[in-house]
Design a protein around this ligand. Sequence first.
Ligand code: GTP
Ligand code: MG
Length: 299
Amino acid sequence: MAHKAGYVNIIGEPNTGKSTLLNALLGEQLVIVNPKAQTTRHRILGILNGEEHQLVISDTPGILDPKYKLHESMMREVDAALQDADVLLVMTELGQRPENSDAVLDRAKRFEGPIILLVNKMDKGDQAALGEALASWKVALPQAEVAPLSALHGFNVDELRSKLISLLPEHEPYFPKDEMSDRDTRFFVSEIIREQVLAHYRQELPYSTQVVVTSFVEEPDLHEKKAGMVSIEADVIVMRESQKGIIIGPGGSALRTLGTGARKAIEKWLGRKVFLRFHVKVDPDWRSDNTKLKRYGYR
Ligand SMILES: Nc1nc2c(ncn2[C@@H]2O[C@H](COP(=O)(O)OP(=O)(O)OP(=O)(O)O)[C@@H](O)[C@H]2O)c(=O)[nH]1
Ligand SMILES: [Mg+2]
């Protein structure tokens, strides 16, 4: 039998559960998930490999009206995902209304391949609300197949995965069959730290913070104290001096809490003991400067 492979790209409004779905389809906690909106800033590929197939799934930032250059980069990532998709997944959630979702519907309408529109978080409402939502999305996007989902609780995830595999065209693998993402360990470590920033700080701060892993060293086993450990250094970059003060907190207390949370999460992800050190820096208005954004890996 010929090998099948293709791109399945997920788009949708912020916080609808796109990243949760990628993790559920992969069966791994690959990308970060958070109750706050704008968690995902990049297009990130998760690769699901089978004997005879390869599903390349793109998570993308939530669609929004850009307020600064970082947002513009995020929306370019969404539009890139519309270019190369073999199948488009449009993520919506129960309670979201088609009449308030022009940004996502306009993009979906321009896509010419197969579309599955998912009504996620179906656990949050009753059968009647779900039926009504499915019907109204079908009217709003007639070319799509409309299906209910709970990415978090696993409802309809296995069926969706099988359906996606059945839709794949015949194609050679796009990536080596032992790879799970296009991103490296340093990227995911910086994302895990950023997830902890989202979890521990309020208001504007998480949206003003960038994390860069500057050093990642696997200590050789012979080394006495840190044997088998991974030593990681990361810059935590904010936009203003006042934000640096908040990140650090009185007597360094907030930074210690962040460090402990991040270390534990990284240890869980790597399955190794971790030594973690932060450097808190100010890079004025970094998210409004294209040169700085490029340096931080935004396209
Ligand atoms: N109740 C419920 N919550 C869900 C479900 N799927 C995701 N969530 C929650 O929704 C929140 C947002 O999930 P994410 O996966 O980060 O959403 P996203 O669309 O990737 O968000 P952005 O990256 O910010 O655009 C998290 O708190 C998830 O736990 C679901 O099926 N039911
Ligand atoms: Mg996300």
